[in-house]
Design a protein around this ligand. Structure first.
Ligand SMILES: NC(=O)c1ccc[n+]([C@@H]2O[C@H](COP(=O)([O-])OP(=O)(O)OC[C@H]3O[C@@H](n4cnc5c(N)ncnc54)[C@H](OP(=O)(O)O)[C@@H]3O)[C@@H](O)[C@H]2O)c1
Length: 335
């Protein structure tokens, strides 16, 4: 009888353990900033969410840093409606954790940066999935916070100047908001192509523009830029409104105005014999690899003016929304 009792008590004691061993392992989770409704910075919350799995052709990236861009708070505010809740963020730098099926050029352990398309997002998180074709590798000598500053802004500058406006060596370009995220890459990229560069900023950023390589730094508050810039081949407009409206007159006949904020006025283009268009940046791993190469060889420098921990994404977006960031703001997600 005693033996039977002992057996029963052992069985009762070990049964839960046996059961637990047979239960499937809980799906891994991660910390992520999300918003469950569109609105102000207060809608951003830190949640525990399931870790994503890479589909075929995708990488699962352990995020070390995530870039902050104006589009992040514009989407949060309802500019582009998508399925809620949403994880904001379109720029990440991190380490490949897992490669999905059919991925050839990347393996776990690679350090990668990527611009996640606007319909994808998901950057403000400990893990993010990204199409491998949109990613580019970066070396150990580049800090992840610097790498995360690059993709969206540098690709915008590259595609606006080189693909859309076809800026060529020896041409003159006027870059509005030259001290901002897009502008500080644009000034450097235009110089590296052998262009003469005029750029606008407020007084506190004029020395910064010169350090980036601008030939002429224009204080847009103290001077009318059209009094300084004349006969230019290309205008890169990152401001819009009155700034775009006054930019047609600085272009030579046949010149090109590329705006990244609003379409140029077709009537003004026609009237003055100009060309122009608005452009929307596209993910592009091959271009990003060329940009990464310029960074690795010291020809292009991302400037990070502030970093915040992931949990302080709200503060980071508020700082970005002032419209006066020098270079980039980045979230530090992990070491
Ligand atoms: N179409 C696309 O694909 C695309 C891609 C990226 C960005 N964008 C848009 O382009 C805009 C710029 O993006 P970003 O990331 O460069 O923004 P950002 O980093 O926030 O730009 C901040 C910079 O703008 C400068 N600035 C503000 N008002 C100015 C003015 N009137 N004239 C000249 N400079 C001025 C500021 O210089 P001071 O502090 O010296 O005033 C600051 O350095 C945003 O609206 C963004 O959403 C569009």
């Amino acid at each position: 009888m005693q033996t039977l009792l002992a057996f029963v008590s052992i069985a009762v004691a070990t049964f839960p353990a046996i059961l637990a061993a047979q239960e499937p392992a809980a799906a891994p989770t991660m910390k992520a900033i999300r918003f469950h409704k569109f609105g102000g910075p207060e809608v951003l919350v830190l949640d525990d969410v399931p870790r994503p799995e890479p589909a075929a052709g995708e990488l699962l990236v352990r995020v070390l840093a995530a870039g902050v861009n104006p589009v992040d708070w514009k989407v949060r505010g309802g500019m582009m409606r998508g399925k809620l809740p949403m994880i904001p963020g379109y720029d990440v730098a991190g380490v490949v954790d897992k490669a999905g099926a059919e991925v050839k050029d990347f393996a776990p352990g690679d350090r990668v940066m990527v611009y996640l398309a606007l319909n994808r997002g998901g950057g403000y998180a400990e893990y993010a999935t990204a199409p491998a074709k949109d990613c580019a590798k970066f070396g150990k000598d580049l800090a992840p916070t610097s790498a995360a500053a690059i993709p969206l802004a540098a690709l915008t500058a590259w595609q606006a100047l080189f693909e859309t406006a076809k800026l060529a060596e020896g041409q003159t370009v006027l870059i509005h908001a030259g001290a901002g995220g897009v502008g500080h890459f644009a000034v450097q990229l235009a110089k590296s192509r052998g262009a003469r560069v005029l750029a606008t900023a407020s007084e506190k950023n004029l020395d910064f523009l010169k350090e980036l390589g601008a030939d002429v730094a224009i204080d847009y508050r103290a001077q009318r830029f059209e009094d300084v810039a004349k006969d230019v081949d290309v205008v890169l407009d990152a401001v819009g409104g009155d700034t775009l409206g006054r930019s047609y007159g600085v272009l030579k006949k046949g010149g090109f105005v590329v705006s990244i904020v609003q379409p140029p006025d077709p009537a003004r283009l026609e009237e003055l014999g100009l060309r122009g268009s608005v452009m929307l940046v596209q993910p592009n791993g091959a271009q990003l690899a060329q940009i990464a190469e310029l960074v690795q060889t010291g020809k292009l420098k991302p400037h990070v003016s502030a970093t915040y921990p992931l949990a302080e994404a709200r503060k980071a977006q508020e700082a970005s929304a002032t419209g006066h960031t020098r270079g980039k703001i980045v979230l530090k997600v992990a070491d």
